[in-house]
Design a protein around this ligand. Sequence first.
Ligand code: ZN
Length: 103
Amino acid sequence: MKKPSIGKHFAQPPVNNPFSRFSQAYNFVASNPTKKYRTVTSNRKNGVIFKAEARLANSGKHKGKKVIQCETKKSIVYIYECCWNCKSNCSGTHINTYSKAIK
Ligand SMILES: [Zn+2]
């Protein structure tokens, strides 16, 4: 089931990520390149496994900026510093189930 769009950088209220700052999460992901994560959902059930990669964006408006790339079997989600502690990223994609799992 597709979630309804909430627009970009939705942060009312801000997401309470384990890492309060993007740089902390980025460094953690960079230091744990083989770690597997599981998405955090409200009912604690339907979490899916994903892997995360910390790198620099190689194209688009964030070219050269740090990005955490979260990848499941089905999708890839990009989280930039500007998106941290928001429910959605620059593209309006839900990111909080990923960002809350990075710890
Ligand atoms: Zn953003």
